[in-house]
Structures are given as structure tokens and as C-alpha cells.
Ligand binder design. Structure first.
Ligand code: MSP
Length: 514
């Protein structure tokens, strides 16, 4: 994956802390990154996974004022809430970035200074509109007929300031080439096309400073201005690995392997960010994974509609892994998706509790009734067929993960549950215990069916480990097979091998997702 040594750097956007806690929209970006980070650790890579909070700018300053708090106190409280929300979703970040941290400030200023020293910054007057909700300079033709921001339904502010400008236009050709020839990957394909179209429509230089705002990082060569919040926020992808403070770590990890983001912020990431990096003499990220949005019951999620979903509430209701699975299995890859609360309850009860959970528990009971304490791979026709099926599913699921399509990876993995259910229906092992004389299952088949069922459960757990890590651990613990989330290179291959381990039948039943 990574272009050098065995490292893997993956980052989510950092979230505005004017919101008090993590909602489903934030959780989408973060969960995608978490799943990919966990997968890389299983493959023996040295991972740095960053997420965090975007704490400067006009929007946050206003929210602090409205809640009668000084900005630092306000962001401290909300950043702590975000961090706690992510912990409650078992997000395995290596660094929780905060843009008010001293190390970020040092790195962000060094980055700006490099762009300035390389001659890509000039002074000019910005006369135009600014949408605080977007934290972006906007044009009249982007507004609704009533002159409102289409996203925030607010009137943008009229600004006229002396600002520092970045020569984005100097990088238009290079951007088109690098993206067009996939040296910078934008995935999925439809998002790449949109970005290319954006570039072809023409790129204008943009202001990278604000004169009338105090809540930000001062421009290093002009203390009277603060850095435009987007430029400062983007530089978190550098400062998280020590740009400006820890050159060895930085050199070890840069450039980013995968930047995960939502489609609303593709322009900032896929156009502004590579250009800013080149201007500072740095390499651009390898891949931008741009996910779409999820509507709730057919409507855009919004406070006024009262349909905002807070994933922590789902974690309480469905367990942490349950909430992670429900979100991951609906991840909108190349187009917007829709979720309904009723469907989620059905999916939890059907796919997780009734599917994986029930299969595991049935297999344990059968093993106990058959008096089996431990079973080696009998390697007969039943196990061999299941092994072939598992290999096929592994190939497809791995491919889906590699194409960064987590929803499809899970759907493919679940074929193994259906396969096991079908096997049990055919073999009907329980009939032996009911002493149904009309049905004769050979003893060898009984043991082999139980082994195969248990092993199929384990294989589902291995493939879905990045999404449901606690469940994977519980299944392996029950079967007395060692499981750790960071594996030496090559170990994952062994764990994925069908029938490689002797399975212990647990003495007590295990109820996953009860
Ligand atoms: N602070 C900037 C990002 C700076 S990164 C250098 C920002 N923050 S945000 O909190 O508004 O959103 C961050 C991420 O959350 C984006 O990936 C965005 O797509 C996602 N979502 C926020 N609200 C969303 C929905 N309602 N639905 C889906 N995802 C959305 O932008």
C-alpha cells in the first residue's frame, strides 16, 4: 500500500467543534478510516491513523461567543466530547489532532512560511462573499435565487480585506495531469471525474488569510492576519506526524496513503491540498477516498427535521460492534445512500444476532451435544467444499476492501453465513440427537459438519475483523485461538487459512449480540 517502507498513513478530516458531539456524518468518515487502519495493522503494516478537531475559524469563534464561553474553553470541552464519542465507537486512532495544540501551530506556520519563501504568495484585496457555515469564499452564481448559501440557507457576509493570496492557478496543469493519470488517486471514479471537471472549469487564486478575525494562527510574516482556517486545517495532515517538530517521524510516514473525506469537501482536499503541498516542496497524498452521504428515512439529516443520528446511541442499543457494523454495511461508496431506523433494527436482529450470533451459538450447542471438546480439520468433502467457498469469498472481499468498498466487502463475507446455514439444512445434524431413525447421519459427517460450521464462523470473524473487532476477538477466545489486532507480517495469512487450527468447543455457550 504505502510507497515506502512498511508504513501506512491514513487520516480523516478534522471536525468543526461547533457541533457538541459526533453525529452519523462525522462517524462515516471516521469509521471508514478506522476500518482501513485496522486492516493495515492486521497485514503487519506500521500504521499512523489520525483524526481530530478543527478548532479555529469564524464559525467556531461565533459558537463560543453564543455559548458565553471563551473560545479556548469552548473548544476544550467540545473536543473532549468528540474524543469520547470516538472512543465509545472503538475508533483506533493513533493521534487525536487538535488545531489549538502548540505542535500544530508550529508546523502550520512552518508550512505557510515555506509556501511564502517559494514565491507562491502575494498580497491583494479580497472583495466578495464569505459563507461562515462553509468557511469558504463563495461566488454569487453559487447561491440560491434569494442569494443564500444552498447548504446553510444563510446570507453570506460581504468582505473587503487586504489578504494574502495563494497562486493556485500555477498548479492547474499539474493537477489535471497527476489526477488524470492516477498518480493521485481519487476514488470512486465518479468523484474523480467531478474533480477533473472542476479543474477544467478554471482555477482562481484564493485568499489564505483573514484580516478581521482573531481566532486563528497568525500568518508568520504578518502578525496582523490569521491563517484562513481551511489552509491551517489541511496542514493537520502534516503536523500529525511531526512536520515542524519531529522530522524523523515525518520522513518515515509522509506522504499520506489515504485521505478519507466526504464529497462536500472534495474541492479543498483534491485541488487545494496537493497544490499547497507542491508549493511547499512536498509530495501530494496517494489516494483520496471520497464517500457520499447517507440520508435518514429519505431526508437529509438535520436538526430541524429531528432525524439526526448519534452513533453512540446506537452503540448503547446495539453494542459498539453492532453500531459499527450497521454504519459500515450502509457506507455510501459512490452515491448517496439511505438508512431507516427500522431497517437498522431489522438488520441487527437478522444479520448480526440472527445470522452470525445464532450460527455460532447453534454450532457450540451441537458440538457440546456431540460430546466434542476439540476438533481437528477432518478434511473430508464437506470441509474441502467449504474451504473452496471460503477462498472464493476471501478473494472477493479482499478485492472490495482494496477498492475501499467496505459495504461490498461485508456483503461478500456474509455469503459464508448463508453457506453454513445451507450446510446445516442439508446435513440436519440435530436429527442425530433427536434419534430420528428415519434419518441417518454418519458420525464422521457429524463431526465434520460441526467443525465446518465453527470454522466458517471464524472465517467470517477474520474477514470482518476491521469492522467488528470485539466480536472477532470473542470468537477466537471462545475457540481458544490467539488473536491480536496488530499482527506481524504474514500472520494474517495463517489466520485466514481454512482449517489451519484445531478448534476447542467452548464449554459454555457464547451469545454474541445478545
Ligand atoms: N473542518 C472541516 C474539515 C477540515 S479537514 C482538513 C469540515 N468539518 S465538518 O465537521 O463539517 O465535516 C467533516 C466531515 O464530516 C466531512 O467528511 C463531511 O463530509 C462529514 N460530514 C459532516 N456532515 C455530514 C453529513 N450530514 N452527512 C455525511 N457526512 C457529512 O468540513
Amino acid at each position: 500500500m504505502s510507497r515506502h517502507n512498511n508504513t501506512f498513513l491514513i487520516s480523516t478530516p478534522i471536525y468543526y467543534v461547533n457541533a457538541p458531539r459526533v453525529h452519523l456524518g462525522h462517524a462515516l468518515s471516521t469509521l471508514v478510516a478506522d476500518v482501513l487502519a485496522r486492516r493495515a495493522r492486521l497485514h503487519g503494516q506500521n500504521v499512523h491513523f489520525s483524526t481530530g478537531t478543527d478548532e479555529h475559524g469564524a464559525k467556531v469563534a461565533r459558537a463560543a461567543k453564543e455559548s458565553d464561553k471563551n473560545p479556548q474553553q469552548f473548544v476544550d470541552e467540545n473536543a473532549a466530547n468528540f474524543q469520547e464519542s470516538f472512543d465509545n465507537l472503538n475508533i483506533s486512532y493513533d493521534h487525536f489532532v487538535r488545531t489549538t495544540a502548540e505542535s500544530h501551530k508550529t508546523g502550520a506556520q512552518k508550512f505557510l512560511q515555506a509556501i511564502y519563501d517559494n514565491g507562491y504568495v502575494y498580497k491583494d484585496t479580497y472583495k466578495g462573499l464569505y459563507c461562515e457555515g462553509c468557511e469558504a469564499f463563495v461566488k454569487e452564481n453559487e447561491l440560491t435565487e434569494d442569494g443564500l448559501c444552498p447548504l446553510h440557507k444563510t446570507e453570506p457576509e460581504k468582505l473587503e480585506e487586504e489578504n494574502w493570496f495563494f497562486k493556485l492557478s500555477a498548479f492547474a496543469n499539474k493537477l489535471e495531469q497527476e489526477i488524470g493519470e492516477d498518480r493521485i488517486n481519487i476514488t470512486p471514479e465518479n468523484k474523480k471525474r467531478e474533480v477533473l471537471q472542476n479543474i477544467q472549469e478554471g482555477l482562481e487564486d484564493f485568499s489564505i488569510s483573514r484580516a478581521e478575525l482573531e481566532w486563528g494562527i497568525p500568518i508568520p510574516w504578518d502578525q496582523g492576519q490569521v491563517t484562513y482556517v481551511w489552509v491551517e486545517a489541511l496542514s493537520n495532515y502534516l503536523t500529525t506526524i511531526g512536520y515542524g517538530t519531529n522530522p524523523d517521524t515525518f520522513d518515515n510516514f509522509w506522504p499520506t496513503d489515504i485521505n478519507v473525506l466526504g464529497k462536500d469537501i472534495a474541492r479543498f482536499h483534491c485541488i487545494y491540498w496537493p497544490a499547497l503541498l507542491w508549493a511547499a516542496g512536498l509530495e501530494a497524498p496517494e489516494t483520496f477516498l471520497v464517500h457520499s452521504f447517507l440520508n435518514v428515512e429519505g431526508h437529509k439529516m438535520s436538526k430541524s427535521l429531528g432525524n439526526v443520528i448519534y452513533p453512540e446511541d446506537w452503540a448503547k442499543k446495539y453494542s459498539t460492534d453492532g453500531a459499527r457494523f450497521l454504519i459500515a454495511s450502509e457506507l455510501p461508496h459512490d452515491r448517496d445512500g439511505n438508512i431507516s431506523r427500522e431497517d437498522m433494527a431489522d438488520k441487527y436482529n437478522g444479520t448480526l444476532k440472527g445470522g452470525l450470533g445464532n450460527l455460532f451459538s447453534r454450532m457450540i450447542v451441537l458440538g457440546q451435544k456431540a460430546g466434542l471438546a476439540e476438533i481437528k480439520n477432518p478434511n473430508g468433502a464437506i470441509a474441502q467444499d467449504a474451504q473452496t467457498k471460503t477462498q472464493e469469498v476471501q478473494k472477493q472481499a479482499e478485492k472490495a476492501y482494496e477498492q475501499l468498498d467496505i459495504k461490498r466487502a461485508l456483503e461478500t463475507t456474509w455469503q459464508l453465513i448463508h453457506y453454513a446455514d445451507k450446510l446445516l439444512d442439508e446435513q440436519k445434524p440435530w436429527k442425530v440427537f433427536k434419534q430420528d431413525t428415519s434419518y441417518k447421519i454418519q458420525d464422521t459427517n457429524l463431526e465434520e459438519t460441526i467443525f465446518t460450521g465453527l470454522e466458517l464462523v471464524r472465517q467470517v470473524a477474520v474477514l470482518a475483523a476491521p469492522v467488528i473487532p470485539e466480536t472477532t476477538r470473542a470468537i477466537h477466545e471462545a475457540l481458544k485461538i490467539e488473536w491480536t489486532e496488530t499482527l506481524p507480517e504474514g500472520k494474517f495469512k495463517e489466520l485466514k487459512q481454512f482449517g489451519a487450527f484445531e478448534l476447542k468447543v467452548p464449554e459454555k455457550n457464547v451469545h454474541l449480540f445478545s
